[in-house]
Ligand binder design. Structure first.
Ligand SMILES: NC(=O)c1ccc[n+]([C@@H]2O[C@H](COP(=O)([O-])OP(=O)(O)OC[C@H]3O[C@@H](n4cnc5c(N)ncnc54)[C@H](O)[C@@H]3O)[C@@H](O)[C@H]2O)c1
Ligand SMILES: O[C@H]1[C@H](O)[C@@H](O)[C@H](O)[C@@H](O)[C@H]1O
Length: 337
């Protein structure tokens, strides 16, 4: 391996392009060696200011160039399974954007393929684990300084959705973050998911019922409710209120200056995930690079990807049935304990 990790980024869309710039400009110990996109013009545009990087239309061509030590997968979720299996065959470090895959069966195939290698190669892009607000809340839960955590009230609001964003994706592309972060904060698995469809906005594209109310239960009975509202127009908001025995904690308020002036007050509304989680993505990718140089992973594993995919599958079933759906997991393999 070269001194720096030579990374291939697959998918140069919204998230991929952001990660390419991050790896090029902010991350130590890694270089963008290759960008892969079926839209070759987009791949070429993404490497325009990165000397030495090459553009390819397929991952196989990038791997065959011999210049790739690790891969960051940023194609849409339904394409992750094939890209992950191809990368696992090469036995290289992988940072896979969330979701690992959209459903439990395909996610379990990935867990099985990784187990055959006998070591963890996949880190899943659940960047909220690297966000300072979530880290602070996690610390308060673990220290029990406010007593036991009882409930979480989560708001997940996007201004709008990209073309092709389906009704199922409200669960398996968006609420997948809450599934992960609730497991992370509580240290427990999720046992059931229920989805209520109420009054819908007229601003949602055809086929999407937006917003939705998701009710989640964990092993010890912590209840979490999620408002997923992906065509909220005003901006981007990911916030949580936690109810403890001895106090209430809010995280995720908009950042930026809060100004009182000329008899008015106000602040800045975060326009998208890029601004809200920019610092978390930096820490996430740096943790991945540092760990990959030691042949390890530095964040959520394929097991976390599988467990959340099982929640997503239950959630999509609950969207359709209106019933409370139990989440069942296979036994956790030794590799992830
Ligand atoms: N962690 C986060 O906050 C966050 C934010 C946005 C997106 N994401 C995730 O990032 C991933 C990408 O999302 P996006 O919004 O950037 O999507 P996007 O549609 O903007 O970009 C996807 C790119 O993949 C390319 N592509 C499609 N098929 C391909 C193939 N077979 N081989 C190579 N390239 C191919 C497309 O041409 C496009 O450039 C998804 O998994 C999404 O859930 C995560
Ligand atoms: O892919 C994006 C991304 O994961 C964002 O963090 C989330 O807020 C959006 O809902 C989702 O569509």
């Amino acid at each position: 391996m070269a001194d720096n990790l030579r990374v291939a980024v697959i998918g140069a869309g919204r998230m991929g392009a952001d990660h390419i710039q991050r790896l090029h400009s902010h991350i130590h110990g890694a270089d963008v060696a290759a960008v892969v996109d079926i839209d070759l013009d987009r791949a070429n545009a993404a490497i325009a200011d990165i000397p030495g990087a090459k553009a390819f239309a397929t991952a196989a061509e990038a791997y065959e160039s011999g210049d790739v030590d690790a891969v960051l997968i940023a194609t849409p979720g339904f394409l992750h399974e094939a890209a992950l299996l191809e990368a696992l065959e090469r036995d290289i470090p992988i940072l896979c954007e969330k979701p690992l895959t959209p459903d439990a069966a395909s996610a379990w195939k990935i867990v099985e393929a990784e187990q055959k290698l006998g070591r963890k190669r996949i880190q899943v892009g659940f960047m909220r684990r690297f966000d300072t607000d979530y880290a602070a809340l996690g610390g308060m839960i673990r220290s029990a300084e406010l007593g036991e955590l009882l409930m979480l009230h989560c708001r997940h609001r996007n201004p709008d959705t990209p073309p092709g964003f389906t009704n199922e994706m409200l669960i398996n592309d968006s609420v997948v973050h809450e599934f992960d972060v609730i497991r992370y904060l509580t240290g427990e698995e999720i046992t059931s998911v229920q989805v209520r469809l109420g009054k819908a906005t007229s601003k949602a594209p055809a086929g999407q019922h937006d917003p939705q109310h998701v009710l989640i239960e964990t092993e010890s009975g912590v209840l979490a409710d999620v408002e997923i509202y992906v065509n909220a127009q005003f901006g981007y908001e990911v916030a949580t209120q936690a109810a403890f025995e001895d106090g209430i904690v809010d995280i995720g308020g908009d950042g930026g200056p809060y100004v009182r002036r000329a008899g008015r007050w106000g602040g800045v509304v975060t326009p998208s995930f890029i601004e809200r989680f920019g610092a978390a993505y930096d820490v996430e990718v740096q943790a991945w690079v540092d760990a990959a140089l030691r042949d390890e992973i530095g964040g959520p594993s394929a097991w976390d990807g599988y467990a959340t995919a099982a929640c997503c599958e239950a959630g999509v079933e609950a969207q359709k049935s209106g019933e409370k759906v139990a989440v069942t997991l296979n036994e956790k393999p030794e590799l992830y304990r």
